[in-house]
Design a protein around this ligand. Structure first.
Ligand code: BEZ
Ligand code: FE
Length: 294
């Protein structure tokens, strides 16, 4: 294999994978190489641009750790995450739509009883959330696990705050609940607010260079799991948010937009007396039976 030219290089790389024993890996890598080469040809990529791209990816790697997931941000802001989510979550129209996971989910969040306050000190206006998890025909799904996570009124998730700021309290405004026999769950937390995705790194510079903003509309994340049903990863978005039509990660679905109802001080749904305004949010989730395609 010598004297490979710009006209024969693609075929040479594809042929080099002939002995790959993993059929799926070969399919994916063949397509990736073809598209990468086609891209370089189409834009007539210069050496300077190629060096810059390598430097950009190096920067993305350097800033990435278990708390700062710059590769996830890159995938999200390029729409790749939402594309993969959409093409892997085709389901009947009555089912709740999926959206991006994002970089702020934390496995092993505290487990709470229904009615508990998940905010754990995170600042924000009080918000009482009620939901129900059901199947396609409205049947209640009991004992589903419901993971919830959100940012605080300053736009930060607990994992973004310094350990000093949090003290020993590792988790706030996140937790896991279980649905009751009637499929319902409820908890207290704080009002979701719009926030910018982390933009002090290479992905932020990329957005800036492209004339894009880093904001996400206010939302609450859910990850719902129940035996016999497809897992649902989604958010509920706050109606009226100014970023609903320009989400930095392309995750908004109309079916996921809901009103967070504002209440003046008074009696809260949990029977407590509130001295400040508070919010309520109601949303029902419909899961697809495992193995059901749209
Ligand atoms: C989030 O909603 O937590 C999120 C999603 C994608 C990128 C950054 C944050
Ligand atoms: Fe989020």
């Amino acid at each position: 294999m010598r004297n490979i030219s710009e006209d024969t290089i693609t075929q040479a790389v594809l042929a080099s994978m002939d002995k790959c024993g993993d059929a799926r890996l070969r399919t994916v890598m063949t397509s990736l190489v073809q598209h990468l080469h086609a891209f370089a040809r189409e834009v007539k990529l210069t050496e300077d641009e190629w060096f810059k791209a390598i430097q950009f990816l190096t920067d993305v790697g350097h800033i990435t750790d278990d708390k700062r997931q710059e590769f996830v941000l890159l995938s999200d802001t390029l729409g790749l995450s939402m594309l993969v989510t959409a093409q892997n979550n085709r389901k009947p129209a009555v089912c709740t739509e999926a959206t991006v996971l994002g970089p702020f989910f934390v496995a092993g969040a505290p487990e709470y009883e229904n009615g508990a306050d998940l905010s754990n000190g995170a600042p924000g206006a009080p918000c009482f959330v009620r939901g129900r998890v059901s199947g396609l025909n409205g049947e209640s799904i009991a004992d589903a696990s419901v993971d919830v996570w959100q940012s605080d009124e300053d736009g930060y998730y607990d994992v973004q705050k310094t350990t000093e700021a949090l003290g020993e309290m590792a988790h706030s405004a996140r937790g896991t609940l279980r649905t009751q026999a009637d499929g319902r769950f409820h908890f207290r937390s704080i009002l979701a607010e719009a926030y910018p995705i982390p933009y002090d790194g290479p992905v932020g510079r990329m957005l800036d260079g492209l004339g894009r903003h880093p904001w996400r509309p206010a939302h609450l994340h859910f990850w719902i799991k129940a035996p016999g049903y497809e897992t649902l990863i989604t958010h509920v978005f706050r109606d009226g948010d100014q970023y609903l039509d320009s989400d930095a990660v392309f995750g908004v679905r109309s079916s996921l937009i809901v009103e967070w109802v504002k209440h003046e001080p008074g009696l809260a749904p949990d029977g407590s007396s509130m001295s400040t305004p508070f919010y309520t949010l109601d949303y029902n989730f419909v899961l697809n039976p495992a193995g059901e395609a749209a």
